[in-house]
Ligand binder design. Sequence first.
Ligand SMILES: [Zn+2]
Length: 302
Amino acid sequence: MAMPPIVERTYSFRRGLGPRRATHGLTVHHSAGSVSVTADDIHVMHRNRLEGGSYWSGIGYHFVITPDGTITRGRPEWARGAHAGPGNDTHLGVCVVGTYTHHLPTERALRSLARLLAGLAEKYAWDLSHKVSVTPHSYHMSTACPGDALRAYLPTIRAMAKAIAAGQDPSFDDNPLPEVKPVLTVGARVPEVRELQQTLVELGIEVEVDGDFGPETKAAVQEFQGRSGLVRDGIVGPRTWEALDEALGRVHEEDGPVLPDDEDEQWAPDEGEDEQESISKRMRDLLVGLIEIADELEEERA
Ligand SMILES: [Zn+2]
């Protein structure tokens, strides 16, 4: 299996690049932002990112995959990347443009990822039976990248790459994509409504578990959203599902009361996200959450 077509780029870096110690595999990232971002955009963003008093050299990834399946070259393949902390010494980095916390990239992007992995595995003699050949960013350090959905799908990508390397053309029918949670709002009667109601009850919010998304369920969702610093629209979309998962995880871990989001990790900007923008966005979310809590306390006192 030869390498898939790659759109070549020759970016200018602020400093000279050095080689990697070894090349054991490919590390997968998401860009955690707009799906229309390009490799050129990421290069500019990374070049202008200040860290510890100095600017980054330039794009930290070796490859960028856009939703149409195009693979674009980032920093040269021989060079040590800047994408995964300790993983920079052992892994090439690929960024799949988009946010894949609760849903997956396009089939084209996934197919390109599997082809890229197959090509690199042949070139560097990686054993595709071993999970080190394709790792999520979170394998090397504490991060939400590349999102739960894409992370969960990496073993399938590895299996598809193995099939491609063996000269087959694996289909998504044989490698089904994980199910995406539906957006729930008043009137919804899908099975996930019951799951939602059960979760709310576990989080200490009273609601009848009847599988019917009525005004009561909406109010319960709004209460949860208020607690979590989310917009209180009563609509359960990806951000609310994610916050519910996290809150439930904390309850199961600590078996204690549910507190508003206070994870330090949330304060670090996601890849591809402007730091200043990210901080003000999160400050805003936190403030909204605090105001809601203050309002609720006031209501209780009244
Ligand atoms: Zn990452």
